[in-house]
Design a protein around this ligand. Structure first.
Ligand SMILES: C[S@@+](CC[C@H](N)C(=O)[O-])C[C@H]1O[C@@H](n2cnc3c(N)ncnc32)[C@H](O)[C@@H]1O
Length: 277
């Protein structure tokens, strides 16, 4: 079974995932994409980044896979059928056991997924297998221990402490960004390039969106249930939600999220015999 996914797919969660584009979330991969390439997006969620990849490599082949059947169906309905993208498809699959041949894709990408799995090194090995020695593995994850913001709002300090504990109580590592390079080395990937990039939320629209999304998420999503399971009561969650609304309303509000990124070569047949999946 795939690992539990901390945030679930509540509307407040999808609201944040839908904002993501290849440009704002996968800039380090873009110079490597060419028309006609094949790209696998693992843990593709609502598929906005995946759909951008499909436009960038058309007439190539892009496949998005996710463990959640619901989110796969939504992504397919939104980005394939109505949008008429011929080379794009979405399917349900587990990142630890991808239903593809060794070296089947030119680029194998995962955005904000390794932080949520229990065995990130095993997942990277599997991404490396389907990329093959000639293909590229690309992964990007936030590092929650590095998130900084202004103004100082005590409820947001509490949010971060609760977030880190909750995430680790479910599965995964919220400070994944700084570990990607180590995980890629342990997975035996080759020619590893390690970079970093930021998300900054500071203008009125971004604050309303990001702060409003977290104000809802701490009360209603799977994250709220997991936080309650480790002892957060309703009053504490309400204080944190109010803190996010206060931050969103603050004209001086500013929040920075650092991300680690790796680009690496996959794994050749010697390390991963053909036919293994
Ligand atoms: C934070 S979301 C990222 C979605 C998308 N990559 C994006 O950035 O918009 C993580 C996604 O990984 C999926 N996921 C988690 N564990 C998985 C696994 N073992 N196999 C496949 N998908 C998985 C979740 O269902 C979720 O949709």
């Amino acid at each position: 079974m795939p690992d539990a996914y901390t945030h679930g797919h509540h509307e407040s969660v999808l609201r944040s995932h839908r904002w993501r584009t290849a440009e704002n979330s996968a800039g380090y991969v873009l110079p490597w994409l060419r028309p006609g390439m094949s790209v696998l997006d693992v843990g593709s969620g609502p598929g906005t980044i995946t759909a951008d990849f499909a436009d960038l490599v058309a007439p190539g082949r892009v496949v998005g896979v996710d463990a959640s059947a619901d989110v796969v169906a939504q992504a397919a309905a939104e980005h394939v059928g109505a949008a008429g993208r011929e080379g794009l498809s979405f399917e349900v699959a587990d990142a630890y056991r991808l239903p593809f041949r060794d070296g089947e894709f030119d680029v194998v990408h995962a955005h904000q997924v390794l932080q949520h799995v229990e065995r990130p090194v095993d997942m990277l090995r599997e991404l490396g297998r389907v990329a093959g020695a000639e293909g590229l593995v690309a992964a990007r994850d936030v590092d929650y221990e590095g998130v900084i913001w202004y103004p100082r709002i005590p409820a947001l300090d509490d949010w971060l402490a609760l977030y880190l504990r909750t995430h680790r109580s479910v599965a995964g590592e919220p400070a994944a960004g700084r570990r990607l390079k180590a995980w890629a080395r342990e997975a035996g990937l080759g020619d590893i390039r390690s970079t970093a990039s930021l998300w900054l939320f500071e203008n009125d629209d971004d604050r309303a969106w990001w702060g409003g999304m977290w104000a809802d998420r701490v009360l209603q999503s799977a994250f709220a249930e997991e936080a309650r399971a480790i002892g957060a009561d309703d009053a504490r969650l309400q204080r944190i939600s109010d803190g996010w609304r206060e931050w969103a309303a603050a004209g001086d509000g500013w929040l920075l999220m650092p991300h680690g990124e790796i680009l690496a070569r996959g794994r050749g047949p010697a390390e991963s015999p053909r036919g293994e999946s």
